[in-house]
Design a protein around this ligand. Structure first.
Ligand code: 5GP
Ligand code: ZN
Length: 140
């Protein structure tokens, strides 16, 4: 994808204005326009990667320390009680902007609604064994 066609490339480059809370050579962190909670932030790499399967080792290594820094700042500045790191890959997983990004979502004890909820199924031990064999063999 060309930079001009990607909204997050344009925001990360500073060509489209955003509420930037943090910036360094590799990342720009911005407030989400459709926040799940007060202070919901997105960390955007300045280089285009579709999702985590494309992300370079350099950007992959750098993003967690940035997320931790922002989470710490959220606790101090917004008095949140915790935060979620969320990262969607592919439409089926809820990814709507096809430029890798990590959500940092402040959580407040006063707000109990889950950010993401799933209904746990009962695992069948035989099925777990099969899945483990398939998956382990496919991991490169
Ligand atoms: P995804 O669902 O792809 O993981 O997350 C995309 C996020 O980007 C959503 O939470 C959405 O509200 C946010 N978003 C989409 N377009 C823009 C934009 O132009 N500016 C900002 N700040 N956030 C955006
Ligand atoms: Zn992009």
């Amino acid at each position: 994808m060309k930079k001009e066609d990607c909204i997050f490339c344009r925001i990360a480059a500073g060509d489209i204005p955003s509420e930037t809370v943090y910036e360094d050579d590799d990342y720009r962190a911005i407030l989400d326009l459709g926040p799940a909670s007060r202070g919901h932030t997105l960390i955007l790499p300045k280089e285009h990667f579709r999702d985590v399967t494309e992300l370079s080792a350099h950007y992959a290594a750098g993003i967690l320390p940035v997320a931790a820094k922002i989470g710490e700042a959220m606790k101090k500045a917004l008095s949140c009680d915790g935060f979620n790191l969320v990262q969607n890959n592919g439409e089926a997983a809820g990814q709507t902007v096809m430029h890798f990004h990590m959500h940092v979502i402040p959580r407040y004890n006063s707000e109990t609604a889950p950010i993401a909820a799933w209904e746990p199924h009962k695992a069948d031990p035989e099925e777990l064994k099969q899945i483990r064999e398939q998956l382990a063999a496919a991991i490169e």
